[in-house]
Ligand binder design. Structure first.
Ligand SMILES: NC(=O)c1ccc[n+]([C@@H]2O[C@H](COP(=O)([O-])OP(=O)(O)OC[C@H]3O[C@@H](n4cnc5c(N)ncnc54)[C@H](O)[C@@H]3O)[C@@H](O)[C@H]2O)c1
Length: 361
């Protein structure tokens, strides 16, 4: 798959053979590898055994570490390498590792060659393309960042077999989001694929990842710098980012997004822009089956969630921003969501999640 970008075109390949990583290292003699600590623990003795730890950093991965401090530690390691501007940074891990290492690669020496090997479902199906790198600033999520696509992305779906359930479901949230944004046909395909993806059947995972990337690539090619239709990729994010921050990231990103999609759909249905039939279909067939996290009622409390939504960096006016799904799979971004509507959506969303067993007492 080729992704077109005004910064640099790049390829996404799907190597199947387990020796793909050693072959990648040998193509770039001046490499420095940055690896997610858990991935290193699981694959250091096998798939990643060709890594030279003298020329590698193994990073603990937590949302709190997506910070400038982590980037400074990487700069320290990178400046001590013999290779300078001719270095190739190879990142191996999920979205957090991608964001930290991509930011470092995009800024050191004003940007060095960067190759990304995503290892989570979220990173393989979504974040590996689009060229964004983001850091959190204090409590503010993804406030700092750059646009810097990797030179190559290598997607090896076998990595997904070792993901913890919650991390797998987090990625599924973004996969389902992209299918819905992709329209009627993509949604139907995802409804058929979902049961096999949940069983982590290799072929279904490959298909799900590939289709998600195709849909996302259409949006990022048309609106690379996120000023128009790329906004629709933020479906689920307005409520979702707020839930992530009010729960201090106890609800993982993709799970917050899928709950955010449910809440956005409630607003759409209440505004008579989304039919009850389509609302029910999506809720039953895609949204509820993709939710693994169990919320406590206070985690959906109106005050903190609406308070966090007011901090949304896409907010432009007095009311709140929202990306909405409408009938016939049309999308819209509105800026007039009233706090009272957000409160009603949270209350109804809690009821729906509660009857599906997604709420603890
Ligand atoms: N840059 C972008 O365009 C973009 C887009 C969407 C999301 N994001 C960011 O991505 C982050 C979430 O990424 P994520 O969902 O990949 O989570 P993550 O990077 O936190 O990884 C989740 C967990 O899975 C572990 N892990 C990674 N690969 C594994 C494997 N193969 N087997 C077992 N465990 C593995 C990690 O160590 C971690 O504990 C958020 O910070 C979000 O803001 C960035």
């Amino acid at each position: 798959m080729e992704i077109t970008s005004s910064l640099r075109n790049y390829s996404v390949d799907f190597p199947q053979s387990p020796d793909f990583f050693s072959r990648l290292l040998s193509r770039f003699p001046n490499h420095f590898t940055i690896i997610d600590e858990n991935v290193w623990r699981l694959y250091g003795g096998t798939l990643l055994s060709a890594v030279d730890l003298e020329r590698a950093a193994v990073l603990p991965v937590e949302e709190e570490r997506k910070s400038l401090e982590s980037v400074l530690l990487l700069y320290d390691r990178l400046v001590r390498q013999t290779a300078k501007r001719n270095i190739t940074v190879i990142s191996v891990g999920g979205g957090i590792l991608q964001d930290i290492s991509g930011f470092a690669a995009s800024t050191i020496y004003r940007g060095v060659n960067w190759v990304y090997v995503p290892t989570t479902l979220l990173a393989q199906a979504d974040s590996c393309i689009g060229g964004k790198t983001s850091l959190n600033y204090g409590p503010y999520k993804n406030l700092i960042g750059t646009f810097y696509p990797p030179a190559e992305v290598l997607v090896h779906t076998a990595f997904l077999q070792t993901l913890q359930d919650l991390d797998f479901y987090s990625g599924l949230g973004e996969v389902v989001k992209l299918a819905i944004i992709g329209g009627d046909e993509a949604t139907g395909e995802m409804v058929r694929l979902l049961p096999r993806m949940l069983e982590r059947q290799e072929r279904a995972l490959h298909q799900g990842v590939h289709r998600s990337l195709l849909i996302k690539s259409r949006y990022i090619t048309e609106d690379e710098f996120d000023s128009g239709i790329r906004n629709f990729l933020n479906y689920g994010h307005c409520f979702g980012h707020a839930l992530e921050s009010t729960t201090e990231f106890a609800v993982p990103h993709g799970q917050a997004i899928v709950i955010g999609m449910l809440l956005a759909n409630i607003v759409g249905r209440r505004r008579n822009l989304l039919s009850s039939d389509l609302f029910d279909f999506l809720t039953q067939k895609l949204i509820l089956p993709s939710i693994k996290v169990r919320l406590r009622p206070e985690q959906m409390a109106v005050g903190p969630v609406v308070g966090a939504m007011k901090q949304d960096k896409k907010r432009t006016g007095k009311d709140l921003p929202l990306v909405m799904l409408m009938d016939a799979f049309k999308m819209a971004k509105v800026d007039d969501l009233k706090e009272s509507e957000a409160a009603e959506a949270l209350a109804e969303g809690m009821d729906i999640l509660g009857s599906a067993g997604g709420v603890t007492t």
